[in-house]
Design a protein around this ligand. Structure first.
Ligand code: FAD
Ligand code: SIN
Length: 536
């Protein structure tokens, strides 16, 4: 199969880009691949909303820029922050034109929520299901574009580069080029190759590397692992954001329900098991301090009390006020016997967002030619050491737009390059057989999640990182041996990708001899004066 534009991922970044290139180039083909159902993405689960300066009487670009820089703890690229904050407003207007609805006041102004680290109310939202609404609008707009082919249940295995033409590729090889991807079509169970002139990776996050995460099962860091294997540049993987308030349900781990930060924005108070509102002991911004501070405070309270959760107290809300903004959370809590007007909500931190990822420039270009990255899999320089709440949906749209601009002119330069002339071989299956027992994969996944949660979580130290690396080495060796002799499956490939991503997180964490933003190492509690990004 051949296509002009190939998009890996059907979340906000992939769909925004696909719509734009399809609109700009109606005579070109756009193929979007997604590994399960089209709407099963991190995007669908976004609750709080999208940050944007809408009320210029109270708010300003400068304030949003400043809040982003403060949260990023010295590591944001100021130029990129300015781009995202300023261009973001236009992107928000665009998605509204495509049909997304955000809540409004009676006078027609947007209802703007507040979240941790924001000095003003600037979060547009659709009740507490903002991502679901945005994903719906994008998928509907995609279905109206005849030149977009959205293929679900297509698991991308690897990016095709000169390596697949038989050349030896290393990190030092100049001009590594992307020619497309190998895909496991889960409907036919066949491995296919798709050649493309331009490819965008919009493959989302990697929360599944941890035992407790707000991310759905698809978030296994496949894009980052593929680019690393293809010798592309990966950056700042140590900055894993733990959301302070995932719902604590004993026995439920893997995809924890989120209690949006907007609940604290509206007045929810964190309390420990003694009933104490403890955040005032940690930061003057209390419950609305940036996420790294709140998550570490909760972690500390849980360790002191020997508990697995703290509480979010919303008992002072009226039912009407709570259900107007948070109907989904109200229903979810009620379904497990928690009436938020009478009971406190048990909450615990959970892996939520990857601030680092595939290194890109300000147009989403990666270090591999004709390969772009946008959304959570990318490291653009916006988030630095800690992402400001609700900046992620914004970044995804701004960078999808910028990648579209650049790739359309790139395609024009390459319009005469015949894809058929590239002699890429078929996926090799020689010597592989069907897996004998899945336990070899499922047990390794469990071990991986456990070691990452216990050794590479909210608080780290050198001994823990060292142990994590040793155990990862063993998992790597065992999994590679299995991979060489087994017919590929999503489960095996995801395990392999998660081991690579875990390795990158630990390696970056080992290189950072300081505590900054989301990376807190008790052996290096201070900050280094020389601020740097870690690029592998
Ligand atoms: P995703 O939306 O995750 O999409 C990834 C796509 O890649 C999927 O279609 C998947 O199938 C595909 N894919 C992955 N690997 C492969 C493969 N090997 N082959 C084929 N396809 C593949 N951010 C905010 O700004 N505001 C919020 O309120 C907010 N709330 C959140 C709440 C929750 C519970 C979560 C989990 C995240 C939240 N975030 C929020 C973060 C934000 O939702 C994500 O960062 C963002 O949606 C990521 O979008 P994306 O397009 O990069 O990836
Ligand atoms: C939330 O709603 O608390 C999540 C917002 C985000 O991750 O940006």
């Amino acid at each position: 199969m051949q296509t002009d534009f190939l998009v890996i991922g059907s979340g906000i970044a992939g769909l925004t880009y696909a719509l734009k290139v399809a609109e700009a180039c109606p005579d070109k083909t756009v193929t979007v691949l997604t590994k399960t159902q089209s709407d099963e993405t991190n995007t669908k689960y976004a609750q709080g909303g999208i940050a944007g300066v809408m009320d210029f009487d109270k708010d300003s670009f400068d304030k949003h820029i400043e809040d982003t820089l403060i949260a990023g703890d010295g590591l944001c690229n100021r130029h990129v922050v300015e781009i995202v904050v300023k261009e973001g407003v236009e992107r928000i207007e665009e998605i509204i034109e495509w049909g997304a609805n955000f809540d409004k006041e009676k006078d027609g102004d947007f209802k703007l929520g507040k979240e941790g680290g924001h000095s003003e109310s600037r979060i547009l939202h659709h009740k507490d299901v903002t991502g679901r609404e945005m994903e719906r609008a994008l998928l509907e707009a995609i279905s109206r574009k005849p030149n977009i082919n959205l293929l679900h249940h297509c698991f991308v295995l690897d990016i095709i580069t000169q390596h697949h033409l038989g050349y030896l590729i290393t990190k030092a090889t100049p001009d590594v080029e992307c020619y497309g991807v190998y895909v496991l079509n889960l409907q036919t169970n066949k491995t296919e190759k798709i050649l493309s002139k331009i490819t965008l990776l919009a493959s989302g996050g990697n929360g599944q590397v941890y035992r407790s995460t707000t991310n759905p099962a698809i978030a296994t860091g496949d894009g980052v692992a593929m680019v690393y294997r293809a010798k592309g540049r990966i950056e700042n993987m140590e900055f894993i954001q733990f959301h302070p308030t995932a719902l604590y349900e004993p026995g439920i781990r893997g995809h924890n329900f989120l209690i949006t930060e907007a609940v604290r924005g509206d007045g929810g108070i964190l309390r420990n098991h003694a009933g104490e509102a403890f955040m005032e002991r940690y930061d003057e911004r209390k419950d609305l301090a940036p996420r790294d501070i709140v998550a570490r405070a909760i972690d500390n309270e849980m360790k002191i009390a020997g508990t697995e959760n703290v509480f979010l107290d919303c008992r002072h809300f009226s039912k009407e006020k709570f259900t107007e903004h948070f109907p989904n959370i109200y229903e979810k809590c009620l379904s497990i016997g928690i009436d938020i007007t009478k009971n406190m909500i048990p909450v615990t931190p959970a892996a939520h967002y990857s601030c680092g990822g595939i290194k890109t420039d300000e147009y989403g270009k990666t270090s591999i030619k004709n390969l772009y990255a946008a959304g959570e899999c990318a490291s653009t320089g916006l988030h630095g050491a800690n992402r400001l709440a609700s900046n992620s949906l914004l970044e995804a749209m701004v960078f999808a737009h910028r990648a579209y601009q650049d790739s359309v002119s790139n395609l024009n330069l390459r319009k005469d390059v015949p894809l058929g002339g590239i002699l890429v071989g078929d996926w090799k299956t020689d010597g592989t057989t069907a897996p004998k027992e899945m336990i070899l994969i499922t047990q390794s996944v469990k071990e991986l999640k456990l070691l990452m949660s216990d050794y590479v979580g909210i608080v780290r130290n050198n001994e823990r990182l060292h142990r994590a690396m040793k155990r990862l080495d063993l998992l790597y060796v065992e999994t590679e041996a299995l991979y060489q002799k087994t017919i590929v499956s999503p489960q095996l490939c995801e395990l392999r990708n998660m081991i690579t991503v875990a390795y990158l997180i630990v390696k970056c964490a080992e290189f950072r001899h300081e505590s900054r933003g989301l990376h807190f190492n008790t052996d290096y509690p201070g900050k280094l004066e020389m601020i740097q990004n870690i690029v592998l």
